[in-house]
Write a protein that binds this ligand. Structure first.
Ligand SMILES: [Zn+2]
Length: 353
């Protein structure tokens, strides 16, 4: 492949209207809905985060039958974690004895298909064979996947990407997570550690990342990055509106987020910068995978186009061969915080069915 960008200099790519998927998506969506309508099989889905575990009974067609939330055991060993999970599974199964599988989405590095949680950012356990332990304790077929992979699967089947077999999800919150659905399957790499799009390097000279590298997408676009840029902005303009809003308190991501929503121009400019970097990352992903659409979820996307507007502009600027392709729509996620739980449950039913 040529290293040069074909096409006229500065030629803008064709872009599908934001929010509207390609027509083929709508057709497949209708077909899948008809097929799924008859599929009422049930699984328990669990999404293990740093502070909360979302748990629920989910139908194969993605509908949530019952759900609950419990705190993630803190400072606990694997025994406490596993018995907490077994407890909530038992309570959900008591009300729905026809549950036939268990799906878990876990934050961190998860080996697939072994379901070994190698490392979790907020939990002390390491190399936890969660799939085997839950299967032994419940007798049900079990899958354990990375939480963002599970969320990507749910968005591709029941959310913003419904009907698409080639979709990329990025979630922008405190950090950046993501998942790839390619050819109708979750792409995990050879052992499950693939698709860590948040640690794709977009600016090697950029800010240090929590992973020890620098200039990862997550270091440039996240709640953490927003707080850092907010502090820099306040230092640069100590009399400005953002500084006044912070007062004597700390400049946090949520503070800058609220300021942006209230129309503060400095805070909005920071979202513009983050959107630029988000678009740089998405451009590389589009160049490599040529997806049908890109879905962006997470807390920082609730500002709508504040982040996605500048992201779309820089996707157009940096993607390979923009004059020769239809750019995939970059759209907000639809499923919200339940995506991981729904995705994990339906992956379990798919594996068992
Ligand atoms: Zn990183």
């Amino acid at each position: 492949m040529s290293a040069e960008r074909p096409g006229e200099p500065g030629g803008a790519g064709k872009r599908a209207p934001a929010g509207a998927g390609p027509p083929a998506l709508a057709r497949r969506w209708r077909r899948r809905r008809l097929l799924a309508a008859a599929d009422g099989r049930l699984a328990v889905g669990l999404d293990i985060g740093g502070t909360k575990i979302a748990a629920g009974v989910v139908r194969a067609d993605g509908r949530i039958v019952e759900q609950t939330r419990i705190p993630t055991p803190q400072e606990s060993d694997e025994k406490v974690t596993v018995s907490t999970l077994v407890g909530v599974i038992g309570r959900l199964r008591a009300g729905h004895p026809e549950v036939e599988a268990i799906g878990v989405g876990a934050a961190g590095l998860v080996q697939w298909p072994a379901g070994l949680v190698v490392w979790a950012p907020h939990n002390p356990y390491r190399d936890l064979p969660l799939r085997r332990l839950l299967h032994e304790r419940t007798g049900l077929p079990t899958v354990v996947d990375n939480d963002a992979n599970a969320a990507a699967w749910a968005e591709a089947r029941f959310g913003a990407g419904t009907g698409s077999d080639d979709m990329i999800l990025l979630t922008v919150g405190t950090g950046v997570g993501g998942g790839l659905v390619l050819g109708g399957r979750v792409y995990r790499g050879v052992g499950g550690l693939g698709a860590e799009v948040g640690h794709m390097i977009v600016a090697p000279d950029g800010a240090p990342c929590s992973c020890g590298s620098s200039g990862c997408l997550e270091a440039m676009v996240s709640g953490t990055a927003l707080a850092r840029m907010g502090r820099e902005a306040v230092l640069a303009d100590p009399e400005g509106a953002l500084a006044r809003r912070a007062g004597d308190g700390e400049v946090t991501g949520p503070l800058v987020f609220e300021a942006a929503k209230a129309g503060d121009p400095t805070a909005r400019a920071l979202f513009g910068r983050m959107g630029f970097w988000l678009g740089v990352g998405i451009a590389s992903l589009v160049t490599i995978f040529d997806p049908e659409l890109v879905v962006v979820g997470g807390g920082l996307v609730t500002t709508g186009d504040l982040l996605l507007g500048p992201a779309r502009t820089s996707v157009e600027r940096y993607v390979f061969a923009p004059a020769h392709r239809t750019l995939p729509p970059v759209v907000p996620a639809r499923l919200g915080p339940e995506a991981g739980m729904v995705g994990a449950a339906t992956l379990a039913l798919r594996a068992g069915g």
